[in-house]
Design a protein around this ligand. Structure first.
Ligand code: SAH
Ligand code: DHB
Ligand code: MG
Length: 260
């Protein structure tokens, strides 16, 4: 079926009629987007997140309290929609052992740990003792303290200790700490995985900074190295997806471990 065309933008690209109403009030569709990372956001992304979480997430006093009690910490936890997505991923792979790198106030940990079976366990690594303390309180309130352990220390050290202890491999690893060390965290995550494990990395797109090679932002550079590393490792089935929503423009990288 031919696309019905309702107009065109200055570059001559046709605007499909189903977008005409939106386009009428939206210069963004008529002019080439300018990449201003500092201000780029969109109220519609927030509205869509609010619409969907309103229907998909029942009232949740425990998570609300976790957010409230994390108010003095940096506002960098995953969004409610992203937390629910991590929960579904953990359920989908029937994760029994989960490793998180970067706890903050325990928000993402609670979402993932809620997917664990009775004998399941989540270990979350956190550098800042105060963040860990807030997280432990939130995790206890969620009734998850028997399943979740927060380990304080630099994640590189905690990961080395985990590797040396030779415990059971992890089914799911969520990497969400300091971005410049992400390639190292990712390598260790593969070492701590088994065939079938899923590794998820937060904040890979960073408002497009991922591809701004002319700047020397070490966090974006870390994510570029991560994507290169994932693409070059034949033991993995990798993917990356951009996201928008209440946390702005960002994205997740995924790697299913095929061979460990
Ligand atoms: N996963 C959390 C958000 C984590 S924010 C959530 O979505 O709810 C990133 C966290 O990583 C911060 O709490 C920060 O203190 C921690 N962090 C930073 N550098 C670290 C390091 N080297 N080792 C361990 N944790 C680190
Ligand atoms: C930052 C860290 C995160 O983990 C995140 O999800 C968003 C922002 C940051 O350090 O700015
Ligand atoms: Mg993050």
């Amino acid at each position: 079926m031919a696309l019905e065309v309702a107009g065109s933008n200055p570059a001559g690209h046709p605007i499909p009629s189903f977008l005409a109403t939106v386009a009428a009030g939206c210069d963004r569709l008529r002019t080439p987007p300018t990449l201003d990372s500092s201000t780029m956001n969109d109220d519609r992304w927030d509205a869509v997140d609010a619409y969907a979480t309103g229907l998909l997430q029942p009232a949740d006093p425990v998570l609300d309290a976790a957010i409230k009690d994390s108010a003095e910490l940096p506002n960098i936890a995953v969004s409610p929609a992203q937390g629910q997505f991590l929960h579904v991923l953990a359920q989908a792979i029937k994760a029994r052992r989960i490793l998180e790198i970067g706890t903050l106030g325990g928000y993402s940990a609670i979402w993932m740990a809620r997917a664990l079976p009775d004998d399941g366990r989540l270990i979350s690594l956190e550098l800042d003792p105060h963040h860990a303390e807030v997280a432990r309180r939130n995790i206890a309130r969620a009734g998850l303290d028997a399943k979740v352990e927060v380990r304080v220390g630099a994640a590189l050290d905690s990961l080395a200790a985990l590797r040396e202890s030779g415990g059971e491999p992890f089914d799911l690893v969520f990497i969400d700490a300091d971005k410049r060390n992400t390639p190292a965290y990712f390598s260790t995550a593969v070492d701590l995985a088994h065939a079938g494990s899923l590794i998820v990395v937060d904040n890979v797109v960073r408002q497009g900074k991922l591809i701004e090679t002319e700047t020397d932002d070490p966090d974006a550079e870390g994510m570029r190295r991560l994507i290169e590393q994932m693409g070059a490792d034949r033991r993995l089935s990798p993917a990356m997806i951009q996201t928008v929503g209440v946390k702005g423009w960002d994205g997740f990288a995924f790697a299913l471990v095929l061979e460990a």
